[in-house]
Design a protein. Sequence first.
Lengths: 260, 299
Amino acid sequence: MDMETGPQDEVEAAPALVVKNVSHRFGETLALDDVSLEVPRGKFVVLLGLNGAGKSTLFALITRLYDNVSGEIRIFGYDVRRRASAALQRLGVVFQSRTLDLDLSLKQNLLYHCALHGIRGREARTRTARALEIVGLSDRAREKVRNLSGGQARRVEIARSLLHRPLLLLLDEPTVGLDIGSRESVISIVRSLVETEGLGALWATHLFDEVRATDLVVILHKGRVLFTGPVPDLLAKTGTPNISDAFRVLTGTTATELAA
Amino acid sequence: MSLQGTTTGAGVAAARSSASAWDMDPPRLGPLAYYTCFKGIVWREVLRYLHQRERFLSALVRPLVWLFIFAAGFRQTLGVSIIPPYETYVLYEVFITPGLIGMIQLFNAMQSSLSMVYDRETGAMRTLLVSPFPRSFLLLSKLVGGVAVSLLQVYAFLAVAYFWEIEPPLYGYFTLLPALILSGLMLGSLALFMSSVIRQLENFAGVMNFVIFPMFFASSALYPLWRVKESSVLLYHVCQLNPFSHAVELIRFALYGQVNWISLAAVLGFTAAFLGGAIYAYNPSKGLIGRRGGPGAGA
């Protein structure tokens, strides 16, 4: 079907996301410097970096807001530049900024997204209902998004990112501005999707407490990847007891800089 | 239902079947899928418009103010001689109606391009652009959505104007439709192009001063061009080159079941140029989005 590039098994065995040697500049500033990382299938990967580390730039490149000029980005083996359609069909995104139509209902918002993926009619309605069920907002389907709290709106955005059943989720600081309860529920929804449905997830954050010991971690600092691997390796490598200390040692930032 | 704790085989199977095979390969995007996407984008534009009551009202009130007040005031001062497509002397109100229709579409185009700038910042534009369909198709659909909204506005205006002695032949309402679609596409693609290259577009006052007013006044919307020629030949040429003049003339003739071929050709040409520019500007590899630095909000 759409296996024109490369042998079939190559695509089938490919990790959910591969970013290889990607650099990107805005004018004079090098926003990403030779970034490489990988999200294996069915893994929860935390992209850890402070504001301005280059997380959003990386997301913009993966979602093809603009093209990566150097290196390559593959989603399940499909190059996002050459096989954009196949790559984007397998990708669900929750952007950092709010992207719902406030004056439309939850359902209208989700049906619009179904249409953006060519899903229509009863299938679209079934998927919309199911996605709202997953994020626990079934009873509010007809309400306007304007009436939702920040955390609920985020959950709708997660529901939306699931409609076309992607096997890779990209979440750009999804918990920013949420209270503790909402944060918990947003994280646990995504984690259980990873566990039960086998989705790969790349979760960008600057909040260390969102990392679990079983996660994979990528540390991005000033456009460069300083570490990628499991949490225990990170702690062993830096000889520190916790993630925030490890981050500080790796990046050479002080506690006050982190607090800022 | 809970997603957690489905560690048993049956639980996982249940979760999978209720999600109806998450790991299925995505379907092919055939013509039907394209149509679905197109319809979805257009429908969203219309829905959003209908939900914004102020926008609906102002789009109707603006041309009516021109018709009721401005045209009434100028009725006596400005005589319009018989020029095609008119076969008799016409009231000034009748003369400027096509210009006001053009104005509706011009405002609508600029507003939707503004909303696109706003969309780009809130991220709604990015949600659109991560759709697996080709980007040019997505932008074109978005454009048609804006045109659909302008059609609603124009016909609402004509309905009210009918009671103000603006009574074109009945068939004129039908022959007007293709002209409106073309002029709407032209103005929409101009706005789309501007939204991708001009940063200052967020400010609607700026757009009014630098785009809407010059385009509207230096055109055949309010006065026949032979009158402009009498006072300034240079301005006459400016008006003739103004894409908006051609949109207005196309509309004017279509309202009486006629075709102004020169304007038709001009509108088609301008549409192709603006649309090409917009698609180029939104192309991720050549695009102008990336060069401006930083994706929308945040770092």
